[in-house]
Design a protein around this ligand. Structure first.
Ligand SMILES: Cc1cc2nc3c(=O)[nH]c(=O)nc-3n(C[C@H](O)[C@H](O)[C@H](O)COP(=O)(O)OP(=O)(O)OC[C@H]3O[C@@H](n4cnc5c(N)ncnc54)[C@H](O)[C@@H]3O)c2cc1C
Length: 46
């Protein structure tokens, strides 16, 4: 099944690095899709 939104970038892990990339992509106007196994983003630093 084709997704409703085409993503130019996929982020695996919403840790510090992943969130930084997500912010940079958003500022650049690039739609991304992030996957995170933990129940919260940046869970490592809490
Ligand atoms: C107890 C502790 C204290 C710390 N204190 C400091 C500090 O005071 N100052 C400092 O600068 N640094 C500190 N650090 C280090 C800092 O947490 C790391 O350097 C930083 O989190 C690394 O960021 P990262 O995005 O590379 O990895 P992470 O933050 O580990 O993010 C990776 C993410 O990917 C997710 N993930 C993994 N595999 C998958 C998968 N297959 N699919 C989807 N998601 C996945 C994980 O759940 C995680 O959320 C500390 C670390 C720990 C453990």
């Amino acid at each position: 099944m084709k997704p409703e939104v085409d993503y130019l970038a996929v982020i695996i892990g919403a840790g510090v690095g992943g969130l930084g990339i997500a912010i940079a992509l958003k500022r650049a106007g690039i739609e991304d899709l992030a996957f995170e196994t933990a129940s919260a983003e940046a869970a490592t630093v809490r």
